[in-house]
Design a binder for this molecule. Sequence first.
Ligand code: ATP
Length: 231
Amino acid sequence: MTSVLQAQALGRKYGKRWALRECTLDIPAGHVVGLVGPNGAGKTTLLKLASGQLEPTAGGITVLGGRPGNTPAQLAKVGFVAQDTPVYAGLTVAEHLRLGARLNLRWDAAMARERIERLGLDPSQRAGRLSGGQRAQLALTLGLAKRPDLLILDEPVSSLDPLARREFLQGLMEATVEHRFSVVLSSHLVSDLERVCDFLIVLVDSRVQVAGDVEELLDTHHRLTGARRDP
Ligand code: ATP
């Protein structure tokens, strides 16, 4: 089976400092992968390497069997929802959909329209006037409408309130069941990821500390700490 993400001694430096080092991973496609770690751990760096926005300083990475961002076909396979500015404040919801349709080879216009309608978003509203939760949902809709084989989301819920967090993660979960694509999403908080993800990568201080099946990792964690798991 093709790996969604395969990294071999992958590293990236900014100037003299390593932001990510000695990262070796092999994750089968079809997983919803959570990437958790504190501020500055290297999460965005790994996600940018996976989406071809950064080149490695050391080692190598393949995503869905190809080099990230290497060809138009490879680019079309991977959607990326950025952390800070996933949408354009000055464009309306409808303009975002039209732009998406012009820029993306596999754009699913009907799905994007239906999702916007279901969310109750006004197509004529400028993105800058939407709430944080609505902006995040618009960004997710744009990512889904690309019909990627892999959708990468960089801390999509970190700035949202608890209700908007839950709604976003629920929407993402439903979409993965319906459309069957791989997902990698990052967060500072394991609680954001444990219900959505089935594979977890823990990144601390630019290194992968542990990576594996979520259930197994959480069981080990709870056994070692004596903490009870939520039912
Ligand atoms: P956060 O949760 O705060 O977004 P992160 O886990 O995503 O953090 P990265 O953004 O990948 O971490 O950053 C890893 C390290 O690399 C940090 O020490 C950061 O300051 C540094 N870094 C990131 N981008 C650059 C850059 N363009 N130039 C120099 N250093 C950078």
